[in-house]
Design a protein around this ligand. Structure first.
Ligand code: NAD
Length: 499
């Protein structure tokens, strides 16, 4: 067991500045209105820095810088861009531990995850898109013996990006990597709950980028996000966040007729067919582990398997074992490498989760384990900790239909295959799903029948850069990851040439 020293301590891997401005045109720029907001760590609830409170004026400055940079950046060769993106990846890798610590401190998630997942995945996404853009090809069609149609990829120009607080650095890199590889300049607004780790990241990688190619403006949704998303000076807005906010983003974008990518909420089903319990073996063990994935990242994952569907004939036995497994998920200091579940990202989020636990009880769901705020003692008492919580009930209940975005799973049973698919699809959302069965044909059929952009079969919560990710139904529009993402950041130019 290792407990990392807290940022700023004499033996710590990193320290935060006490104040962060916006990152515009390759330098730190104070907010035009001179206002800052306090940024607490979820680990203790104590403020550790203050952050520029950006407004429309700061967005304009960032757009000026991005427009100044975009033409030259868009004309760089793909090799040049790919090399630079790889250099960013190398720099992040060389500072992996300090960036992981920064992320844990700002977001509250366990250091074992930021070190093993968040930051390595961010590095991999950068390298993937550096390679993908070099492998991208245009096309040529012969129209007749004298005429040829060429198709080229061109960057859009200046794009806007708005991200949430659950994976601050990874969400930023998911958006920045394809946009930069495709040759765009970016204005990005982090979530107001977790702005600091991205700013710390910029202090490490900022000098590698030509000024103005990446600009970060901090602030709140309506004050800073809205002027960015509704600006006539951007050619696209990419957004990750709540479905309700996604609808607003689409309205803003419609004024300027620009494309949107929307990665929104979810209420993902995790389906366990009878044969998962057929033998007391590794497969069964993986399925039980798969059940506990609802607590990964404190349940603050858009694809959180927040509804578990268990076939009736194994319901009692499987659920009994799953609850035992859930109780073993170790909760504690996020800086302790043994900790598996840390703090919720904000006090508001903690309150929201606790209120949904009360809603579950009030609507008659049965609480099997959890349901309480956790006091870890010392100064961690001020942190935002809640127990992994298992409810049983009916799919029509609010705790089955509404996104809680916390470590809360709502469990129900199903009779047969058709019943499982019907319950799984009985939701507004369609982002992720899990299917567990030893029978490959059942797993495959369910994977195809479930209306979700990502269905994991016999695994859960893997996010490789080369697998397309995105939502059906109210979970979003467009895809992220995979080389197809480059298309979302490019125009197609057709040149019709008569020789
Ligand atoms: P949110 O919608 O409240 O905020 C997301 C971002 O939008 C923040 O930066 C916020 O400041 C900004 N914003 C808020 N109102 C705005 C407005 N009117 N105009 C412009 N910007 C505005 O979401 P959140 O609570 O930060 O994040 C949690 C949500 O994100 C969950 O619903 C989760 O499922 C979703 N999410 C989805 C994915 C995915 O890939 N589909 C990934 C992560 C999170």
């Amino acid at each position: 067991m290792t407990v990392f020293a807290r940022p700023g301590a004499p033996d710590a891997l990193m320290s935060y500045s006490s104040r962060y401005d916006n990152w515009i045109g390759g330098e730190w720029v104070a907010p035009v209105k001179g206002q800052y907001f306090e940024n607490p760590t979820p680990v203790t609830g104590q403020t550790f820095c203050e952050i520029a409170r950006g407004t429309a004026e700061d967005i304009e400055l960032a757009l000026d810088a991005a427009h100044a940079a975009a033409p030259a950046w868009g004309k760089t060769s793909v090799t040049e861009r790919a090399n630079l993106i790889n250099k960013i990846a190398d720099r992040i890798e060389a500072n992996l531990e300090s960036i992981a610590l920064a992320e844990t401190w700002d977001n509250g998630k366990p250091i074992r995850e930021t070190m093993a997942a968040d930051i390595p995945l961010a590095i991999d996404h950068l390298r993937y898109f550096a390679g993908a853009v070099r492998a991208q090809e245009g096309s040529l069609s012969e129209i007749d013996s004298n005429t040829v149609a060429y198709h080229f990829h061109e960057p859009l120009g200046v794009v806007g990006q708005i991200i949430p607080w659950n994976f601050p650095i990874l969400m930023a890199i998911w958006k920045l990597a394809p946009a930069l590889a495709a040759g765009n300049a970016v204005v990005l607004k982090p979530a107001e709950q977790t702005p600091a780790s991205i700013l710390y990241l910029m202090s490490i990688i900022g000098d590698l980028l030509p000024p103005g190619v990446v600009n970060i403006v901090n602030g709140f949704g309506v004050e800073a996000g809205k002027p960015l998303a509704s600006s006539p000076r951007i050619k696209k807005i990419a957004f990750t966040g709540e479905t309700t906010t996604g609808r607003l983003i689409m309205q803003y974008a419609s004024q300027n007729l620009i494309p949107v990518t929307l990665e929104l909420g979810g209420k993902s089903p995790n389906i366990f067919f009878s044969d998962v319990l057929a033998a007391n073996d590794d497969f069964q063990d993986s399925a039980l582990e798969g059940f506990t994935m609802f607590a990964l990242n404190q349940g603050e994952v858009c694809t959180c398997p927040s509804r578990a569907l268990i076939q009736a004939d194994i319901y009692d036995e499987f659920l009994g074992a799953a609850v035992v497994r859930t109780k073993a998920v170790r909760q504690g200091d996020p800086l302790d490498t043994e900790t598996m579940i840390g703090a919720q990202a904000s006090n508001d989020q903690l309150e929201k989760i606790l209120s949904y636990i009360e809603i579950g009880k009030a609507e008659g769901a049965t609480l099997l384990t959890g349901g309480e705020r956790v006091d870890l003692g010392g100064d961690l008492s001020g942190g935002y900790y809640v127990q992994p919580t298992v409810f049983t009930g009916d799919n029509s209940m609010r705790i089955f239909q509404e996104e809680i975005f916390g470590p809360v799973v709502s469990v129900t049973s199903f009779a047969d295959y058709d019943d499982a698919v019907k319950i799984a699809n009985d939701t507004l959302y369609g982002l992720g799903a899990g299917v567990w069965s030893r029978d490959g044909s059942v797993a495959y059929r369910a994977g195809r029948d479930i209306q979700a952009g990502r269905v994991w079969t016999n695994t859960y919560h893997q996010y490789p850069a080369h697998a397309a990710f995105g939502g059906y139904k109210q979970s979003g529009i467009g895809r992220e990851n995979h080389r197809m993402m480059l298309d979302h950041y490019q125009q197609t130019k057709n040149l019709l040439v008569s020789y």
